[in-house]
Design a protein around this ligand. Structure first.
Ligand code: AMP
Ligand code: MG
Length: 443
C-alpha cells in the first residue's frame, strides 16, 4: 500500500492570497526551488516532504492481540462477525411483557400483572412470557420468548410477585433488536484506521481477539556533538546538556511509536557509523540530530553518511531547519532523517517531515499537524525566500495567535510556552497585527 496523500493543509502555501499588509517578494521565491543567499539551491518544504514520503514503504502487517494493537493501524477491514447486538435484549431494567396486555393502562387505570420470574444479563436459559404475565428483566438480558416490549421499572410500582403498571407501551419499547447496531458482515472499521480506545471497543464488542495491523514503528534517536552531556550530570563551560535526543524520542512516542534513545555520540565518524549499524536491528526509522550544517569537519553526520551514497543532504527553504538530510541505510533500506542540531530546528523538522513519514510507515497518510487560520496579535518577520515556522500561542476560542519573543533556533525556552507554529509563507517578509495566518497546532 502506498502512502496516501493527506487532505490537511499542514505545510501548504496559504489558502488566501496574501493581502496588501503582507510584504511581497517581487519574484522567484514561490516556486519549488529558490536561490539561497549563498547561491545554493533551496528545496521547498513541500518538495522535501514529497520526496521523503515517496521513499517510505509501509511496515509489513502483523497479527496482534487486541491489547497490543492499540495505537497500531488496521491493515485490513474489520467486519462484524455476528449481528450487533447479537440477540434481542432489554434496554432498561423493568418488566418484559406483551404490549397488548397493558394496552389500556394509564395513571388512572393501572394494570396489574403477575410476575413469573426474573431474567438478568448473562442468563442464557430459554425464558418465555405467557399471555397476561410478565418477567422482571435487567438491562442487557436476553428478551424472553413471547415478550414484545419492556416497561421500565420507573413506570411501575416495582413489585416482585405482581406489578402494577401505569402506562401503555408500543411494541418494541425498550428493546434493542439484534442487528440494530450492525449486521453480520458489515464493515465496522476500514483498513488504514488508527486504533484508539473507541476503535478498540468496536473490535472487542464484535468479538475480534486479534487483528491484522501495521505495528507502531520502532524509532531510534541518536544525537551527535562533542559538547553534549547527559542531563543530570555536571557540565563545565563549553558543554551543554543533550536535549534533542530526549525531545525527539518523546515526540516519536507522542506520534505513536516505540522510541529508543542512544546516549549522545561524539563528533567522530569512527563512533557514529558503528553506532548506527548497531541500532539497525531494532529500528524501523532512525533519527540523528546535529552534524549536518555547512560541511565543516565537525559535521560528522553529513560527512559519514554522504559517503554511503544513500542519504541526500539539502537546504530546505524553511526557518528554522534549513539543513536537512534524508535517505535509507542498511540492507533493509531503513529510512534515516538527519536533523539539524539546534533544538527548535530539530523539533520543527520532526513535526514537518518525520511525523508524516512515521504515519506513512503505518499506512496512515493523515499524520500531519492540523492546520487552522488565526489572526495575529502582533507583527512577524520572515526571510522572504523561506517559509518560517514561528512559535506562538494559539487561542482557538478567540481565533488569535500570539507570536512569542525569542524565535532563535537555539531558544528552547520559547518551545516550552508554544502550542502552535505560525506559518509565514515564502515570498512574505512580514505580516502585521490583525493579518490572518496559517497556524499549525502542535501536539
Ligand atoms: P550542529 O547541528 O551539530 O552544528 O549543532 C547546532 C547547534 O545545536 C549547536 O549550538 C549545538 O550545540 C546544538 N545542539 C546540537 N545537538 C544538540 C542536542 N542534542 N541537544 C541540544 N543542543 C544541541
Ligand atoms: Mg554538532
Amino acid at each position: 500500500m502506498a502512502p496516501r496523500a493527506s487532505g490537511e493543509a499542514a505545510v501548504t502555501a496559504p489558502r488566501e492570497a496574501p493581502g496588501g499588509a503582507q510584504a511581497q517578494v517581487p519574484q522567484g521565491a514561490q516556486g519549488a526551488q529558490a536561490a539561497a543567499p549563498d547561491g545554493n539551491t533551496l528545496t521547498s518544504v513541500d518538495e522535501h516532504l514529497a520526496d521523503v514520503l515517496a521513499a517510505i514503504r509501509p511496515l509489513p502487517p502483523t497479527e496482534l492481540g487486541l491489547a497490543e494493537a492499540e495505537g497500531c493501524v488496521l491493515a485490513e477491514d474489520a467486519t462484524a462477525r455476528c449481528p450487533l447486538p447479537p440477540f434481542d435484549n432489554s434496554a432498561m431494567d423493568g418488566y418484559a411483557l406483551r404490549s397488548a396486555d397493558v394496552a389500556g393502562a394509564s395513571e388512572h387505570a393501572p394494570v396489574t400483572l403477575p410476575v413469573t420470574g426474573q431474567v438478568t444479563a448473562g442468563d442464557t436459559g430459554a425464558y418465555a412470557v405467557a399471555p397476561g404475565t410478565c418477567l422482571r428483566i435487567t438491562t442487557g438480558a436476553l428478551l424472553p420468548g413471547g415478550a414484545d416490549a419492556v416497561v421500565p421499572v420507573e413506570l411501575t410500582d416495582a413489585g416482585l410477585a405482581k406489578v402494577t403498571i401505569r402506562t401503555a407501551v408500543e411494541p418494541g419499547t425498550a428493546i434493542r433488536r439484534s442487528g440494530g447496531d450492525a449486521r453480520a458482515g458489515d464493515v465496522l472499521l476500514t483498513a488504514g484506521t488508527r486504533l484508539g480506545p473507541m476503535q478498540i471497543a468496536v473490535l472487542a464488542a464484535s468479538g475480534h481477539g486479534r487483528v491484522v495491523v501495521r505495528p507502531r514503528p520502532r524509532v531510534v534517536v541518536l544525537s551527535t556533538g562533542n559538547e553534549l552531556a547527559e542531563p543530570g550530570t555536571p557540565v563545565v563551560p563549553g558543554r551543554i546538556w543533550d536535549s534533542n535526543s530526549f525531545m525527539l524520542a518523546a515526540a516519536a512516542r507522542e506520534a505513536g511509536c516505540l522510541a529508543y534513545r542512544h546516549t549522545a555520540l561524539p563528533d567522530d565518524p569512527l563512533a557514529l557509523l558503528p553506532a548506527i549499524e548497531d541500532q539497525l536491528v531494532r529500528a524501523d526509522l532512525l533519527i540523528t540530530s546535529g552534524g549536518v550544517s555547512m560541511g565543516g569537519e565537525h559535521d560528522v553526520v553529513k560527512e559519514t553518511l554522504r559517503r554511503l551514497g544513500t542519504v541526500t543532504f539539502r537546504k530546505v527553504a524553511m526557518q528554522p531547519g534549513m539543513p536537512q538530510g534524508f535517505g535509507t541505510i542498511g540492507e533493509d533500506r531503513t529510512p534515516i532523517f538527519t536533523l539539524p542540531g539546534n533544538p527548535v530546528s530539530a523539533y520543527v523538522s520532526f513535526q514537518l517531515f518525520v511525523r508524516p513519514a512515521l504515519g506513512a510507515l503505518q499506512g496512515d497518510g493523515a499524520r500531519r499537524l492540523p492546520a487552522v487560520r488565526a489572526a495575529l496579535t502582533g507583527p512577524v518577520r520572515s526571510p522572504a525566500a523561506k517559509r518560517s515556522f514561528l512559535r506562538g500561542v494559539l487561542d482557538s476560542a478567540a481565533g488569535t495567535v500570539t507570536p512569542l519573543s525569542g524565535q532563535g533556533s537555539h531558544q528552547v525556552a520559547t518551545l516550552g510556552r508554544a502550542n502552535a507554529l505560525i506559518v509565514v509563507p515564502e515570498g512574505v517578509a512580514q505580516m502585521r497585527e490583525g493579518d490572518t495566518a496559517d497556524v499549525l497546532c502542535l501536539p
